[in-house]
Design a protein around this ligand. Structure first.
Ligand code: GGG
Length: 371
């Protein structure tokens, strides 16, 4: 942000439904800008990076793309991946290149049980569930260390090595982040997830760091589970979950499970943060590019719009973020649901309903201030 309160946002719609849902998220940001009475504005710059760009240029993003992004206050990201480009090329060439290049080491993935959304969990207290997954976002199983060799030995004899990297620094900063976050919540509880009985080096180090750090937070309840047991607990004992911290791969999987249990991957928002604010953070829905429904106008925009709420909060626009989250809840409660949630509304209709709820809330606030 500069003296004129302009937030510079790099917009990367990416692939498939990413383009459609980012368009909707930007309509929401326009609403807040227009109704801010000039107190803040958004300056958006589009980057055409993604699979189409790769097919034209041989690169998922510009060579100096990460450097270019450093000029912004935040990045608003759609989705990555499309048939025609191998998934490991598209993911590593864009999303992971940005997360690692900008040291966005904390991936915050809230799981919210929105009203009006058909429940997939048969649990008496389902409406009170509210989890947040904290994903280590810079190393672990996604360190990128490894290689392939020996194809010269002939068919069927190639060798591949894929290493996980667990550094004490990487473990400690994400675990501390989870404990600090838990302190801000009503129920102060952190659950750590590893598979340290089988992954006897990196994940044992993680467990040891977790135990050490937990002693500095006597006011926060600390638990540790193996990932297979944890997957079962998501379904059998969801009421036990609050802040869950896990490695890059495990939290990626568990957050998809959590989102599916809360209704659909389409409603899951996320923030890839550099908590020290040395570099811009990136806000994106958890879902991918969904090529099967791309271009049909039926994608659920809530994950991407919820990610805009996380971005507003990151900018310090806390009241606006609260209003947006409330408008999303009202919208699902009124029965505005896309097909992934069993509804019939399309992408644009969901955003229209959210905008209408935001406008009504603004009118109510103006009326109250006049009284
Ligand atoms: N909007 C997020 C997205 O496009 N995700 C695609 C994906 O495959 N992500 C893998 C990851 O989060 O590591």
């Amino acid at each position: 942000m500069n003296e004129t309160n302009t937030f510079k946002i790099a917009v990367i719609p990416g692939d498939g439904i990413g383009k459609e849902v980012i368009h909707e998220g930007l309509r929401i940001l326009e609403f807040f800008e227009k109704t801010s009475n000039g107190t803040f504005s958004f300056d958006t710059t589009f980057f055409p990076w993604g699979c189409e760009y790769y097919l034209e240029t041989g690169k998922m993003m510009d060579e100096d793309g990460v450097e270019k992004l450093k000029d912004f206050d935040a990045i608003y990201f759609g989705a990555v991946g499309f048939p025609g480009v191998p998934d490991h090329i598209s993911l590593w060439g864009l999303r992971i290149a940005i997360c690692q290049g900008l040291d966005q080491w904390a991936n915050v993935r809230p799981v919210e049980f929105l009203p009006g959304v058909p429940r997939r969990l048969n649990h008496p207290d389902v409406d009170s569930l509210n989890w947040v997954l904290i994903r280590e976002n810079s190393e672990g199983e996604y360190s990128g260390i490894g290689g392939r060799n020996f194809s010269g030995r002939g068919g069927g004899k190639e060798v591949a090595v894929q290493s996980s990297l667990f550094t004490e620094l990487g473990c400690e900063r994400i675990i501390r982040y989870a404990f600090d976050l838990a302190r801000t919540r009503k129920r102060k509880r952190v659950t750590s997830v590893t598979k340290s009985n089988a992954q006897a080096y990196g994940m044992v180090l993680w467990d040891e760091v977790f135990k050490r750090v937990s002693q500095e937070y006597p006011d926060v309840e600390a638990n540790q589970y193996l990932v297979d047991a944890m997957a079962a607990r998501f379904v059998m004992h969801p009421e036990e979950l609050e802040v869950v911290v896990a490695s890059n791969l495990f939290a990626d999987i568990l957050s998809d499970l959590g989102s599916a249990l809360s209704g659909s991957l389409g409603i899951a928002a996320s923030a890839n943060l550099n908590p020290e604010r040395r570099t811009p953070s990136m806000f994106e829905s958890v879902h991918g590019s969904a090529p099967d429904i791309a271009g049909k106008g039926i994608a659920n925009p809530i994950g991407t719009i919820g990610s805009a709420a996380l971005m507003l909060e990151h900018f310090g626009l806390k009241e606006e973020a609260k209003q947006l989250n409330q408008a999303i809840r009202e919208t699902t409660n009124q029965g505005y649901l896309t097909r992934d949630l069993g509804g019939t509304h399309n992408t644009v209709e969901i955003t229209d309903a959210i905008l209408s709820n935001l406008a009504k809330a603004r009118d109510r606030a103006v009326d109250l201030s006049r009284k």
